[in-house]
Design a protein around this ligand. Structure first.
Ligand SMILES: Cc1ncc(COP(=O)(O)O)c(C=O)c1O
Length: 337
């Protein structure tokens, strides 16, 4: 994807600003990490407190933020891929088996084992990958399945009601673990703290990343008591951000607010769809919503137009409006406000 021609120099709350002072509503936020908005004062204070006093120490030395986070979340790391990698390693170790099943189009990251368990275009050119498996019937050493509860980057596919519950039943029967990846869905966004709660299912390993740090690189693996492995290696600075984000999400009732605002956003998107034949399905949960871009004639995905929106969506073009093919009215491309 080409870079935006302008430099982005500042972000505040839900907005980002370019060097020519164009202001954009930020639909991207480092792949939707910033659930509390940019520059949240309490997060900034936590970061500056630890940056000044205790940013990095040897991992064999324990600090209060590390204790706090380890007590709440178990094992913590820095990226989503690493958390998934660790969750897979834990599953193999605990189960004494080596095959991992992934759900098509789930996005689990770019490290060896996490990318080995997924099946999408981003794998192209990186073969051969670490052996995983997706064929239930022929697997003989199934340790775990790893999946997102909503296939977010894969097209905002919400799993059918009961799907996760049924999978849980199958895993228990087959002696496998369930690893749920809540990089994008975790911490309030879908209307509950975690998306798996909508199904009343408890995973064996839960991985958290993007939203946990509100954009700061921190990730975690949360294990059931059965598995509980409490290794922790990290810096106080990063460790301090996770509990702060969790506290704010709970204290400010963000799941409820995401549910309510999600309805408003969905209605607004449906309003846009009523006027634009280029918009197909609108799906997701809470504030984690996606909008399909289709060709208006056959309702097939319009990759060219989708690409155009992705690339130009942040571009201030002309009067910030542009005629989009197949639409009866002018489509507003993520306009500067
Ligand atoms: C669902 C999911 N899993 C894993 C990852 C990988 O995280 P990271 O880029 O921090 O390694 C991402 C990143 O966007 C993600 O959305």
């Amino acid at each position: 994807m080409p870079f935006h021609p302008e430099l982005f120099i500042r972000a505040e709350e839900s907005f980002i600003y370019t060097s020519t002072n164009q202001r954009f509503l930020d639909w991207t936020s480092g792949q939707v990490s910033t659930i509390l908005g940019h520059g949240h004062l309490e997060v900034v204070k936590t970061i500056s407190h630890y940056a000044e006093r205790l940013s990095h120490i040897y991992s064999g030395m324990v600090s209060p933020p590390v204790v706090d986070l380890a007590t709440t979340l178990g094992l913590f790391l820095s990226t989503g891929s690493k958390a998934n990698e660790a969750a897979i390693r834990i599953a193999k170790l605990v189960m004494g088996k080596f095959e991992i099943v992934g759900l098509g189009e789930s996005w689990d990251g770019t490290t060896a084992a996490s990318s080995g368990a997924q099946y999408h275009a981003a794998m192209k050119g990186y073969d051969p990958l670490v052996c995983g498996s997706h064929d239930w019937a022929s697997c003989g050493s199934l340790a775990a399945m790893i999946m997102e509860p909503i296939l977010s980057s894969g097209g905002m596919h919400v799993l059918p009601d009961g799907y996760l519950r049924a999978l849980r039943g199958h895993y228990d029967k087959r002696g496998m673990l369930l690893i749920v990846v809540e990089a994008q869905t975790g911490l309030e966004r879908t209307g509950s703290m975690f998306a798996f709660e909508h199904e009343g299912v408890v995973p064996d390993n839960l991985t958290l990343s993007k939203t946990l740090g509100n954009g700061f690189p921190i990730s975690a693996v949360v294990s059931s008591d059965k598995i509980a492995q409490t290794t922790h290696i990290n810096d106080p600075l990063a460790a301090a951000v996770g509990p702060k984000v969790l506290t704010i999400a709970l204290r400010d009732d963000l799941p409820q607010r995401a549910s309510k605002s999600g309805l408003q956003l969905r209605q607004a998107l449906e309003g846009i769809r009523a006027k634009n034949r280029s918009i197909g399905d609108i799906r997701g949960k809470g504030l984690l919503l996606g909008m399909e871009i289709v060709d208006g004639e056959n309702n097939e995905p319009d990759l060219a137009l989708g690409g155009l929106l992705e690339v130009t969506g942040l571009y201030p073009i002309g009067a910030h409006e542009r005629e989009i093919p197949h639409t009866s009215s002018t489509f507003r491309l993520v306009p500067p406000i």
